[in-house]
Write a new protein. Structure first.
Length: 265
């Protein structure tokens, strides 16, 4: 097995680093579309892996070069944008329009729009916009999503905008022309000084429960692989693939199952 043969201490250290770094990195990937600082968590996970693995060190070097180039490009774009007129508050591309929080509030107050909150039930219970209909992204399907209202825009809101963009893109691709997202989600809504309904605090959010269960499963499979048979690593890969799928699509089967548990009702 190459680097894994030889000194048991070296093997154990590599397994520990792989477990810790891999788990942190996968959680960071999941945070790309979920509430959480993915841009911090992912580098931390890869940095842990780089302690023992050369490929992780190469990833870090490539990421650093990419970030440097992207930063320079963004600075150039910002300079040129400042030379032009201010951007309108309603932004649209060929795929997906987005609306600022203040304009969204005005549209809702004037009866020009309806609001769909696609965060999870525990997030909605903690705080939400009054009148928002809850439709969690974890159970999203085009056919069951609330239908269009004639003459009204359907505004989609999540925590920061990532999940809403994913859901709205799928709806627009299916032919829905009434869909728009709220820029920055409920975070931008609160930052604009707009009111939210504050509910009861949930002790452990569903997504934290997902991380606990997934992390425990990965720890168990990795320990079984180290102690008994390397094929148990397939279980670790299965959990990691599930988290990656959830992060990319915004659909989390584990969150749906946990949401039906008695303690989450």
């Amino acid at each position: 097995m190459g680097d894994w043969d030889g000194n048991p201490y070296v093997k154990a250290r590599k397994i520990a680093v792989l477990l810790a770094g891999g788990t942190v990195t996968i959680i960071g990937i999941a945070m790309i579309v979920l509430p959480g600082p993915a841009f911090i968590v992912i580098p931390v996970g890869v940095s842990i892996l780089a302690l023992e693995f050369g490929w992780a060190r190469r990833w870090l070097a490539q990421a650093k070069a990419w970030i440097t180039a992207a930063t320079k490009k963004a600075q150039d774009a910002h300079y040129h944008s400042n030379m032009s007129t201010a951007a309108p508050t309603v932004h649209s591309s060929s795929k997906l329009p987005s609306i600022d929080a203040l304009d969204a509030s005005r549209m809702l107050n004037n009866g020009e729009a309806i609001l769909i909150d696609i965060r999870e039930l525990d997030e909605h219970k903690q705080q939400h916009v009054a009148g928002a209909a809850l439709f969690p992204a974890s159970i999203f399907s085009i056919n069951s999503f609330p239908s269009a209202h004639v003459g009204r825009t359907t505004l989609v809101m999540c925590h920061r905008g990532m999940r809403a963009t994913n859901v709205a893109d799928q709806l627009r691709a299916s032919g829905r022309s009434d869909i728009a997202i709220i820029n920055g989600g409920i975070t931008a809504w609160k930052s604009a000084g707009l009111p939210v309904v504050v509910g009861s605090k949930v002790q452990i959010s569903i997504m934290r429960q997902v991380f606990i269960v997934a992390g425990s499963m990965m720890l168990m499979f990795t320990a079984l692989a180290a102690l008994f048979n390397p094929w148990f690593l397939a279980g670790t890969g299965f959990v990691g693939a599930g988290l990656l799928f959830s992060g990319i699509t915004g659909i989390c089967a584990m969150a749906t199952i946990l949401g039906k548990m008695p303690w989450n009702r």
